[in-house]
Design a binder for this molecule. Structure first.
Ligand SMILES: [Zn+2]
Length: 324
């Protein structure tokens, strides 16, 4: 507690000289005036002392404050053992096999690859439902592989039924999307087949994300165009979203696919996670069957797409639980 000093508590020990109280000279009047003047002088000094004492921190409190500041600074500067002890998470890879539904033998061999892979099935393809059931029964993730308009016309000739086109009205677009989704009830998410043209268009991507949100599906951008806006629109519409990092088998020879697989591992080790997309080609199946046995050596782990979603995204409410 601070003590407030008044003129009454003044003592001669003050640093400011205090006038003395020697008896006044003989004249009564002059004596009275002098006494009054001296009293005012004492009062002025007292007031100044009061101001100085009140506004100057007490020495003891000042020391305590200094020590407290020093301790706080030390706490912030010292290394934190709890954070240092936390292990670095193992980099994660996830793999999608696209274009399932047209070649039953190859599709079945792809689905037989051990691990939490995802299988993207073409809507209305001859073996779509059979492959969807087979994958689900084996604890695999099923995606709808949604055909979308590409820039190059020769690619558009092979989009197949259920494709989404730039020239569609909103009604046509939503109807086609819903028919596609209903044709594969086991699909928990969607990725695009082709789509280098459509994924650049914010309006159509907004329709797509509205439809996916309504149906509680997530979206994986195959990223067939660098200018895809799917990710931005998915975020605006709160649709869970991921994107492809590496195409594994643009060339169908094992040396190329192996090098792409190692690129997937490299990206995962750099970014913490990476998504690769392959196809049910015999070469791809052989390389994946072999390389997925070596993940311990590469220091990465294979996880499902669901595991790659950010915690707190709406995947928490998706009705899917997968076998590892
Ligand atoms: Zn495809």
């Amino acid at each position: 507690m601070r003590t407030i000093f008044t003129t009454h508590t003044l003592t001669p020990t003050l640093s400011t000289p205090v006038p003395d109280f020697v008896l006044p000279p003989p004249s009564l009047e002059s004596s009275r005036r002098e006494t009054t003047a001296r009293m005012q002088s004492v009062e002025n000094v007292g007031n100044r002392f009061s101001r100085e004492v009140i506004h100057t921190p007490l020495p003891a409190l000042g020391s305590i404050s200094l020590i407290a500041c020093f301790i706080i600074i030390l706490i912030f500067l010292l290394p934190r053992p709890a954070a240092a002890d936390q292990p670095t998470p193992t980099p994660e890879i996830s793999i999608i096999i696209d274009d399932i539904g047209y070649r039953m033998h190859d599709d079945m061999r792809a689905i037989a690859i051990p691990g939490a892979l995802a299988y993207a099935i073409m809507p209305h393809s001859p073996h779509a439902l059979k492959m969807s059931h087979l994958a689900s029964q084996n604890g695999k993730l099923v995606l709808l592989h949604l055909p979308m308009e590409a820039i190059m016309q020769e690619k558009n000739r092979f989009l197949g039924p259920g494709a989404l086109w730039l020239g569609m009205t909103r009604e046509q677009f939503m109807l086609t999307l819903n028919i596609d989704l209903n044709s594969l009830p086991e699909a928990v998410g969607v990725n695009n087949h082709e789509g280098s043209l459509l994924t650049r268009h914010p309006g159509h991507m907004a329709w797509l994300m509205d439809g996916l949100k309504q149906n509680q599906k997530f979206f994986i951008d195959s990223l067939t165009s660098e200018q895809s806006v799917a990710g931005r629109i998915a975020m605006e519409k709160s649709v869970p979203y991921l994107k492809r990092d590496v195409f594994l088998d643009n060339e169908q020879n094992q040396a190329y696919i192996e090098s792409q697989f190692m690129e997937l591992v490299r990206v995962a080790r750099t970014n913490g996670k990476a998504i690769g997309i392959g196809h049910p080609h015999p070469e791809t199946i052989q390389v994946l069957s072999r390389e997925l046995q070596e993940l311990d050596r590469y220091g990465v782990v294979l996880v499902s797409l669901i595991d790659l979603m950010q915690p707190g995204t709406e995947t928490d409410v998706l009705p899917v639980r997968l076998a590892k």
